[in-house]
Design a protein around this ligand. Structure first.
Ligand code: GDP
Ligand code: IMO
Ligand code: MG
Length: 426
């Protein structure tokens, strides 16, 4: 009966995959509703690491159904690889328990080529995208010239439309971006093969979810990226190309807003960001390096080092409000163990004024100097502990009081069991 949305409250990589894997125990269906394979969600079970880019992080629970909604942009090559790799690892993945929306948009080779060539052309001012073609695919969706999954299954239509698309995109790639064009024949051959592989999974997902809701199943929605990467609410233009906030479940999965019962916000105990863009609490000193090393802060998708800094509660509180978060999941608290003094940002000084929100202008954000509260640190490893040191409890209480919602889950390590459940979510 409960239908719960899980979203990231920072700049992505908060540990959503781990939290989804934990919550899937009580769910029947797990759904991705936006983003694409720019996401990298890590789950560690019995010491084995799984990084999922498209398939929901509930897939390691054998009896649960996993669904990709219409709001996701899907690279068929990546999906095919993910399905076959999971099957090779013994994960039972059949059309009975994995569904792909017929309305999801398809990432084409020219989307990736354009993404990469645009970034190269921008040089220093680049966004630092994942290079997976996400922006250009959403762009075609918005201009009503993209391919939906269902169109891949209609060979004649697909080839006719592809011809026009390749002509248009090759003009842009070669004449404007100075990059190489793509081959119609090569795309036609590979994509028609992908279509046959994916055909059994391609379904009417909104209808499936409606029926699951009517049957009183528990549905879990898995956000990708984070609130500060939302195309409307994030640090634009240093954002991704989809709405990452919880409400996009409605458009991205075809799920009714009135049926959503709760929203869980995932917040890392400090802050990280991968790619370009402003980051007021970024640390370029040895503490930043310590967080990067101890936290293993290297991108799950691109392997790029993640920028690290103190927890910014201005950013998190804004995300709690935008998403309507009811409960928090705090992750990676263990990474802070051993740091003598911890800081949390509670406001900024910007243009000589004290403010308690992130300005809309990038130039203004760059002028924001964080105002910090200082906290005593703690020693000793937290992984597997059920009782936290008083200093760690104080740190969590401050977060909860500042943003106005309780902490339900505390993750103390990457493994499935390394979690404290203070309050039930389902
Ligand atoms: P996501 O994109 O939000 O799912 O997060 P990622 O998987 O990209 O990044 C989170 C990283 O932190 C992964 O390597 C996880 O295995 C790891 N992780 C998650 N929770 C914890 C935790 O509580 N402690 C530690 N040390 N690592 C964690
Ligand atoms: P998960 O789901 C962290 C960032 C990129 C770049 C910007 C735009 O694992 O939390 P894009 O390829 O989307 O056009 O890149 O967004 N980005 C992420 N950062 N975690 C992610 O996903 C991200 N997905 C995109 O680094 O700054
Ligand atoms: Mg990630």
């Amino acid at each position: 009966m409960p239908n719960v949305v899980v979203v990231g409250l920072q700049w992505g990589d908060e540990g959503k995959g781990k939290i989804i894997d934990f919550l899937t125990q009580k769910a029947d269906v797990v759904v991705r509703f936006q983003g694409g394979n720019n996401a990298g969600h890590t789950i560690v079970v019995d010491g084995q690491k799984y990084i999922l880019h498209l398939i929901p992080s509930g897939i390691l629970h054998p009896d649960k159904v996993c669904v990709i909604g219409n709001g996701v942009v899907v690279d068929p090559a990546v999906l095919l690889k993910e399905i076959t790799e999971l099957q090779a690892k013994g994960v039972k993945l059949s059309p009975k328990r994995f569904l792909l929306s017929e309305k999801a948009h398809v990432i084409m080779p020219y989307h990736k080529a354009i993404d990469l060539a645009r970034e190269a052309k921008k040089g220093k001012g680049k966004i630092g995208t994942t290079g997976r073609g996400i922006g250009p695919c959403y762009e075609d969706k918005a201009t009503r010239t993209g391919f939906r999954m269902i169109e891949l299954l209609d060979k004649e239509h697909f080839l006719e439309k592809l011809k026009q698309k390749v002509e248009e995109k090759n003009f842009y790639l070669t004449q404007y971006l100075g990059a190489e064009g793509v081959s119609f024949e090569a795309i036609a051959e590979t994509y028609l093969k992908y279509a046959e592989f994916l055909r059994p999974y391609i379904k009417n997902v909104a209808r499936f979810l409606w029926e699951a809701k009517e049957a009183k199943k528990n549905i879990l929605f898995e956000g990708a990226q984070g609130t500060q990467l939302d195309i409307d609410h994030g640090t634009y233009p240093y954002v991704t190309s989809s709405n990452t906030v919880a409400s996009s479940v409605c458009s991205g999965a075809g799920f009714p807003i009135t049926a959503i019962t709760s929203v869980v916000g995932v917040c890392k105990a400090y802050t990280t960001r991968v790619g370009g863009g402003p980051f007021p609490t970024e640390l370029s000193d040895e503490i930043g390096q310590h967080l990067q090393q101890k936290g293993g802060e290297f991108g799950s998708t691109t392997g790029r080092p993640r920028r690290c800094g103190w927890l910014d509660l201005v950013v998190v509180r804004e995300a709690v409000r935008l998403n309507g978060v009811r409960k928090l999941a705090i992750t990676k608290l263990d990474v802070l163990s051993g740091i003598k003094e911890l800081k949390i940002c509670v406001g900024y000084e910007c243009n000589g004024e004290k403010i308690d929100f992130l300005p809309a202008s990038i130039k203004d954000i760059e002028k924001c100097n964080p105002i910090y509260e200082t906290f005593a640190g703690w020693d000793g490893e937290l992984a597997g502990k059920t009782e936290l040191p008083s200093e760690a409890q104080r740190y969590l209480e401050f977060i909860s009081d500042f943003v106005g919602v309780p902490v339900a889950l505390i993750s103390t390590g990457p493994g499935r069991e390394e979690i404290i459940c203070a309050e039930e979510v389902f």
